[in-house]
Ligand binder design. Structure first.
Ligand code: KG4
Ligand code: ZN
Length: 374
């Protein structure tokens, strides 16, 4: 095994994307993704059983495509990495079983890794340096590339909303705050349904919001009251946490009130005001957590990183707080196999032992568990 520049195959199947990525050290060779999103559209959200079956259908073609794109053979691979959690149980099971089968058939070591930490690991790929998005990744003489010393990660997608502190990507990741109910992308999808905008709701609301007034309606910012926030000296229980379920209900009530009065529902203003509430509370709490934990660089990841207003306000508020913001290319922000391969390569380069083949996927794997060992 080449520990300096390992050739790593990464497999991702935690939600509706079947991803196979291949990296050599920090060099991205391929990021091949097959999504079952279209099959979920008529249900207005991801249906776990449909996603699992789609992973089964897509896995071998996606793997073949990835190997062909990268111009490598399975026999050349040094290690296999797979998302072990968090995610949908059945969907994870498909990727994990496929990875175990490949590992047993080829005799390659297998790394069972954390999906959330993989979202951060993607920031180490050289490709990000090209678009100015890298948070580090400079090769150190004789060692693995280094991330900035005070790195945070803001992950915002249909499945997660978290602010992390990365003390060490391979074994020390701290959860500073997270949503206590819906993920931000989930709130976008649910509100889009209330507004009759279809699925996925994020891009539809993002587009419509540009034509509306974000100040038209003041929607609630969840967990922002002093009793939850506390102070820097005496932090409240939810100082860096988010809640989006009350916001979704507020939008539903607002629509009902317009309808009850027989008035036309100002959909664009509601979309813009909802978006303003989401983006305001995400960015204000994330920047607060960064400032109070000495974070100087923050990586933005997850599907909602595509949101124009989130990018704009995060950049603005990070800038005012003296925090450098890094946004990987969008296809590396959403769920993919390259991020899994990237983190796998970091673990190999750090000399970590592979996982025991007997491990089970864990749908609620905590972010503090970077690598499963058994
Ligand atoms: O990371 P992702 O592809 O899958 C996971 O959920 O893990 O994220 C999908 C989510 C969906 O909820 C979608 O509505 C949201 O990201 N999304 C957006 C935008 N594009 C995608 N939300 C807001 N604005 C967007 N432009
Ligand atoms: Zn994800």
């Amino acid at each position: 095994m080449n520990r300096a520049q390992p050739l790593v195959l990464g497999i991702e199947s935690s939600c509706d994307e079947t991803g196979v990525g291949i990296v050599r050290g920090t060099e991205l060779l391929t990021n091949t993704v097959s999504s079952s999103m279209d099959e979920h559209v008529r249900f207005g959200g991801v249906i776990p059983e449909i996603a699992s079956r789609a992973h089964l259908d897509a896995f071998i073609p996606t793997l073949d495509q990835a190997l062909a794109d990268a111009g490598v053979r399975l026999a050349d691979i040094d290690a296999i990495a797979v998302t072990a959690g968090p995610g949908l149980a059945g969907a994870l099971m498909v990727g994990v079983c496929a990875a175990k089968a490949l590992a047993v058939a080829t005799g390659k070591p297998l790394y069972a890794i954390n999906h959330l930490v993989a979202h951060v690991g993607v920031g180490l790929l050289d490709q990000n340096a090209a678009d100015g998005g890298t948070p580090g990744g400079s090769a150190q003489p004789g060692g693995a590339p280094q991330l900035p010393a005070h790195l945070g990660a803001l992950l915002v997608s249909g499945g997660h909303t978290e602010i992390l502190k990365i003390n060490s990507l391979t074994d020390d990741v701290q959860l500073l705050g997270s949503t206590i109910d819906d993920a931000a992308g989930e709130a976008y999808d649910k509100v889009a349904r209330i507004l009759g905008l279809g699925y996925p709701g994020g891009p539809a609301i993002d587009k419509l919001a540009r034509t509306g007034n974000g100040k038209a309606i003041r929607f609630p910012r969840g967990l922002s009251q002093p009793k939850y926030m506390g102070t820097a000296e005496e932090p409240g229980k939810h100082r860096y946490d988010w809640s989006f379920s009350g916001l979704k209900t507020a939008v539903a009530r607002c629509v009902e009130q317009f309808e009850a009065r027989g008035e036309e529902v100002p959909v664009a203003d509601i979309a813009a005001s909802f978006q303003e509430a989401v983006v305001d509370i995400i960015t204000s709490k994330a920047v607060l957590a960064c400032r109070e934990h000495g974070i100087t660089d923050v990586l933005l990841g997850g599907g909602v990183a595509a949101n124009s207003r989130l990018r704009e306000l995060t950049a603005q508020r990070c800038g005012s707080a003296g925090i450098r913001l890094h946004v990987p290319a969008l296809n590396l922000c959403t769920d993919n196999g390259a991020m899994v391969a990237a983190l796998g390569a970091q673990l190999v380069m750090a000399g970590k032992e592979p996982s025991d083949i007997g491990f089970a996927p864990d749908s609620s794997l905590p972010v503090t568990s970077v690598l499963l060992d058994a």
